[in-house]
Design a protein around this ligand. Sequence first.
Ligand code: PAF
Length: 289
Amino acid sequence: MCSELHGFMLIYYTIESLRAKLSEFRAQNQSLGFVPTMGALHQGHLSLIAECQKKTKVSICSIFVNPTQFNNTNDLAKYPVDLERDIDLLKSAGCDILFAPSAAEMYPNGPESNHFDFGKIERVMEGEHRPGHFNGVGTVVGKFFEIIEPDIAFFGEKDFQQLAIINKLVELKNYDVEIAGCPILREPDGLAMSSRNVRLTKEQRKAAPTIFKSLQFAKYNYRSFTPNTLKEKVQELINIEDELNVEHVEIRTADNLSEVVEWPVNTDFRIFVAVFAGEIRLIDNEQLN
Ligand code: PAF
């Protein structure tokens, strides 16, 4: 089936049927907003939909667990999927269109990444620890931009490096789309909202807010330390929790993700962490200045 009328939200599974509908909106000069997701939606995603509705006439959300961006097959196999629940959430959020293609629809010749030259921003942090990840993200987001041709696309700042990669993708491919970065949404105890949180055990979930608390410590005390000592301090604070194991802590400038070795003036800088809770990898970041 190409589309279903689901409440007031239209659902498309094929590129062709989605394109046909979008050309109707475009013919009426209606601006298109796009929120790409991998499903397992939470309030963070819904805040992107809300921002999209504020800024554009038609809100389009995609749900696609993109195989080419997973460097770990176990992580892909265990990625939470609950399309029916996601559809209900999107309908209650008033989303206009859901695009939920199959892997064969997105990758008719099999899941293969294109190779991009994102420069040094792809070689650090997530790029360093998840080889091929950003080529996979760039490939799928590029495909979506070419299918949907949105006026504005919305991305969360939890994946701050991904946001930088998307901006670079737009520059490299000359896509005519505005990229909007949206603030991180947090649980009341500070844990950054993430689809992966549902996989945490009770003990891991209890320990996980220590990540945010440590970032807050960094934010309010960074001037008392050198960047290197602060990174060590944050790593120690997180690793105090038996359930948590830091993969990396980095302090980088917000504009081009250069490493901060002494506190800069007149430049925004952020602290970034990746932490394992068992096999679940959580990331977070916070602006320091
Ligand atoms: O941030 C995500 O959920 C994914 O990386 C994205 C942007 C939907 C591409 O698959």
